[in-house]
Design a protein. Structure first.
Length: 354
């Protein structure tokens, strides 16, 4: 169902997307923490696994002005403060005075993602949700998950990366969920918890294979192409959007029935629809990986917009996992890596540290 959640398509057509929140290599790879500091400023730290962290110290409002430039260091964290009105960028009141008057303090925020850049796993949206939850908690503001889902959508419009509502549902709500939105404004996203037996989830975990292609791609370029095609009202594009919504519901039924062959078929059809909407999403590397693994899976698809990052599939037999690893290792010139992945039922968790 992905792309049916993306503005302006989701406003004008409505959307339905099925999502699965995952643990990767047994861990939650994305998180944020925030605390109050005495000084009326913002200290933003980007923690990078295996390399030096980046610290940005914002003492004036002008230090926040690049919040809308996705490649600027700390732009997502800056956009988060603006998104929920903890900072008013257009005020004549200096940043330090705003923070001290409203909260009696400044804030230090740290964020991290241990997934490869351009993974396609919804990292930026989930990270945005984690950052918003952290800074709102530190500021003493109340929030709920539904509010966060909509706030992330707004934050990504501020950031100019665009993006829909599916990723934050998958990461913040967790489990297997069906997200739905009607074709109307203001946008309202509903989340259905699917009634799936635990043994079906266990079997899904056994058959799910998650593969990093070794290549990255920023989704923004593909997203712009899809939105452009939607505005042109190409009949094929409109028809595909209709099919995406229907497929999301068929996929949810396959989950509830524990029908992994049908689930794999849904995933494969989804990949064909993605290629219709964004022809650039199938790289040579992705096509090669899918080709060599086709005999061992019911279906495969690229995560996110495609073009790189992760791909996933449903194994025909659980013990094919080691075989998949061996096949990929034997492919000359491929840097693909199999990650362990399983359903994370918990979603967003907020904890307090002394």
């Amino acid at each position: 169902g992905g792309w049916s959640d993306t503005p302006p398509i989701t406003y004008e057509h409505g959307g339905a997307v099925i999502m699965v929140g995952l643990l990767v290599n047994g861990k939650r790879p994305i998180g944020a923490r925030a605390k109050r500091i005495k000084e009326g400023s913002l200290i933003l730290t980007l923690i990078n696994e295996g390399s030096a962290s980046t610290e940005i110290h914002c003492r004036t409002l002008s230090d926040l002005e690049d919040y809308c430039q996705p490649h600027a260091p700390g732009s997502l964290l800056k956009a988060a403060f603006i998104c929920v009105n903890l900072v008013d960028l257009h005020s004549t009141t200096p940043l330090s005075q705003q923070l001290l008057d409203n909260f009696g303090c400044g804030f230090e925020v740290q964020s991290w993602s241990n997934l490869p850049h351009g993974s396609g796993m919804g990292t930026s949206s989930i990270l945005a949700g984690a950052v918003l939850a952290a800074i709102l908690t530190a500021a003493g503001r109340s929030f709920n998950t539904t509010g966060l889902i909509h706030a992330v959508l707004y934050l990504e419009q501020l950031l100019t990366t665009g993006g829909g509502w599916q990723d934050q549902i998958g990461g913040l709500v967790g489990g297997v969920r069906l997200g739905l939105s009607e074709a109307k404004l203001p946008l309202k996203v509903d989340v259905d918890e699917l009634d799936i037996r635990k043994d079906y989830i266990d079997k899904f975990n056994e058959r799910l294979v998650l593969i990093y292609t070794g290549k990255t791609r920023l989704a923004r370029n593909l997203l712009q192409d899809v939105v452009r095609n939607w505005y042109a009202r190409n009949p094929r594009i409109v028809s595909t959007e209709d099919s995406l919504v229907k497929l999301a519901r068929e996929c949810s039924n396959a989950f509830m029935d524990g029908d992994f062959e049908l689930l794999g078929s849904c995933i494969s059809r989804y990949w064909e629809m993605k290629k219709l909407l964004a022809p650039g999403c199938e790289s040579i590397t992705i096509a090669r990986i899918m080709s060599v693994l086709r005999p061992y899976v019911y279906g495969m698809c690229s995560a996110g917009a495609g073009g790189g990052g992760f791909i996933y599939g449903i194994l025909k037999e659980p013990d094919y996992r080691s075989l998949v690893r061996m096949i990929l290792q034997q492919q000359e010139g491929l840097e693909a890596v199999v990650y362990d992945a399983s359903v994370d039922d918990s979603g967003l968790t907020v904890t307090f540290e002394e």
